[in-house]
Design a protein around this ligand. Structure first.
Ligand code: HEC
Length: 286
């Protein structure tokens, strides 16, 4: 069974290599370029604060210089973000918020720039002055939101507080979310006692509610039965041979298709046995 699968996976690799696409190539650069609008917009806001304290010509000129650069870098970042999102491995809901905030940055920067130009023509117009300051502030708020949602998209929402003091973690976590809640061991089933906690700890960061690498999520039964990118079921209840999930977790650690990927904590032998038993007994979620 393993040999057959290796051949099948090899064929997908060849297909993937043939399906070259420019957006897929450029998309990841979003992660690098996004630092420019962050830097430039922060700089613009600082320059504007200086201009408020020292309303002289040079201060206004500095803002006039920074605004178009900020807008241009935001435009490139949004375009690359669009290509990055096309890869389709992200939670739709989070992505929608991130996209909206990112476009907000571009939109507000662009209009702040236009209104600032008008302000330079008519320096004593308070409408223009407050107008572009408001737009700049709106751009900055959008930037913070885009950063926040973007961080959750790439790292999962626990990223920042992963190593926080336990008391702070409990405070921030609030009640556990329904899909990732680990139910008490007493009276639990094989799934709730062993399988689900193992998935939650070692797989959900890439196949959970927030992020779906390979378009695959492990926290919903329908999703497991349906499979991800490959379009084939990942688990066939009662049939170990036809359950590719088991194949992926059993591969040698340095194999390209091993799950979790190299460098991440693998499932323990006990957990793998539990996953096998769970599949045999019907892969139920309760
Ligand atoms: C660090 C991120 C990461 C972690 C953690 C991770 N995976 Fe994956 N997984 C991926 C990626 C990326 C793919 C897509 C691989 C590809 O398309 O070549 C994938 C694909 C899969 C697939 C194939 C889906 C399909 O439809 O072909 C299965 C099954 C899978 N993972 C199971 C698991 C299990 C079980 C765990 C936990 C023990 C796990 N993964 C942990 C990144 C991860």
């Amino acid at each position: 069974m393993l040999a057959g699968m290796t051949i099948a996976l090899g064929a997908t690799d060849v297909k993937a290599a043939e399906q070259f696409s420019w957006p897929a190539f450029f998309g990841p650069f979003h992660m690098i370029v996004l630092h420019f609008p962050i830097g430039f917009l922060t700089l613009t806001v600082l320059l504007e604060l200086r201009a408020m304290l020292k309303p002289e010509r040079n201060s206004r000129r500095a803002v006039a210089f920074a605004l178009p650069i900020t807008t241009a870098t935001a435009l490139v970042t949004v375009a690359l973000g669009w290509m990055r999102a096309g890869a389709g491995e992200f939670d739709e809901h989070l992505l929608a918020w991130h996209r909206m905030a990112g476009i907000g940055v571009l939109f507000f920067c662009f209009f702040a720039w236009l209104v600032h130009r008008a302000f330079q023509q008519v320096p004593d117009s308070s409408i223009f002055r407050f107008g572009y300051r408001g737009l700049l502030l709106a751009a900055f708020v959008c930037l913070s939101l885009a950063g926040h949602f973007g961080g959750n998209l790439t790292h999962g929402s626990g990223f920042l507080t992963l190593n926080a003091p336990p008391a702070l973690k409990r405070l921030l976590a609030g009640p556990p979310a329904e899909s990732t809640a680990v139910k008490p061991a007493a009276g639990g089933t094989l799934y709730t006692k062993t399988v689900q906690p193992a998935f939650a700890k070692k797989c959900y960061s890439c196949h959970g509610p927030e992020k779906q690498k390979g378009k695959f999520r492990l926290d919903l039964r329908e999703a497991i039965l349906k499979g991800g990118d490959s379009g084939e079921p990942v688990v066939t209840p009662g049939d170990l041979e036809k359950s590719r999930l088991l194949y992926h977790v059993l591969l040698p650690r340095d194999h390209d298709d091993a799950m979790p990927p190299k460098g991440k904590e693998p499932l323990s032998p006990e957990e793998i046995v539990a996953v096998g038993q769970w599949i045999l007994s019907g892969a139920k979620f309760d």
